[in-house]
Design a protein around this ligand. Structure first.
Ligand code: HEC
Ligand code: HEC
Length: 207
């Protein structure tokens, strides 16, 4: 129990929960530069740029800190993405908290799940695949894909399929390694390209 408390304390410290408090109004004023790629309200229209509207603020802030960290360590630490490293590099802790608060306060626009993906997607998302050691995605991301803010599990519902597939592949080959304890890497390692296609299309219409 004692060990657990220390871990919780440490992870809170690392995720910056005790740092700057975000102000959505201030974040809005700082968000013009983000709009070109993510949309004014965070509902990006471009399939490879993630929708960030309605995402948990803590998760958004963590990602921004990790892009910045990657920019400072030549990609050795954090989350390495050529475009976002450059965007996050000049941001202060306060800027990140404000931007995260602003985009979190916006309403996410859902996508659609093509009819032929519903059944297979739902089975894999909800039930995983015991034979292959794949857990239910819903165990962490929730039955409707809305995640759990405090636990650091992002909202993955309504996201662009192209972006989701790109992230699952990045976790699988270890190019994205900012998931605590390798939680997503362990799972993505077990997913085939077909699984990823099914899950991504299923998620688009889930909410
Ligand atoms: C030139 C286009 C571009 C601009 C401008 C841009 N982004 Fe991004 N953003 C991206 C792309 C592309 C990704 C996906 C990166 C990846 O594949 O890892 C991304 C990812 C993110 C993520 C991670 C989302 C997730 O679901 O994990 C956050 C948070 C984010 N951007 C916030 C911002 C903020 C805040 C700004 C403005 C300060 C901004 N971005 C400006 C293109 C852009
Ligand atoms: C044990 C908990 C857990 C399970 C089970 C899980 N995830 Fe995740 N997932 C996470 C965490 C934690 C993150 C965020 C990592 C970080 O902090 O960047 C994440 C991130 C993601 C992302 C990236 C989101 C973004 O906006 O960039 C996708 C996509 C994703 N998960 C899909 C899935 C799918 C599909 C499944 C089922 C096959 C699944 N996850 C199962 C914990 C889990």
């Amino acid at each position: 129990m004692k060990k657990l408390c220390v871990l919780v304390f440490l992870s809170l410290g690392l995720s910056g929960a005790a740092s700057a408090k975000g102000d959505p109004e201030a974040g809005k004023a700082k968000s013009a530069v983000c709009a070109a790629c993510h949309g004014m309200d965070g509902n990006s229209m471009i399939p490879i740029n993630p929708k960030i509207a309605g995402q948990h603020a803590g998760y958004l802030e963590k990602q921004l800190k990790e892009f910045k960290l990657a920019s400072q360590t030549g990609g050795e630490e954090g989350r390495n993405n050529a475009v976002m490293n450059g965007m996050a590099a000049p941001l202060s802790e306060q800027d990140m908290a404000d931007l995260a608060a602003y985009f979190a306060s916006q309403e996410a626009k859902p996508g659609e799940t093509p009819e032929n993906y519903v059944e297979a997607g739902q089975a894999l998302y909800r039930g995983g695949d015991e034979a292959r050691g794949i857990p239910s995605c819903g165990a962490c991301h929730g039955p409707d894909g809305n995640g759990m803010g405090l636990a650091g599990f992002p909202d993955i519902s309504g996201q662009h399929p192209d972006y989701v597939v790109a992230q699952l592949k990045a976790f699988r080959d270890g190019q994205r390694a900012n998931d605590m304890n390798g939680m997503m890497r362990d799972i993505a390692m077990k997913l085939t390209d077909e699984d990823m296609d099914i899950l991504a299309n299923y998620l688009a219409g889930l909410h």
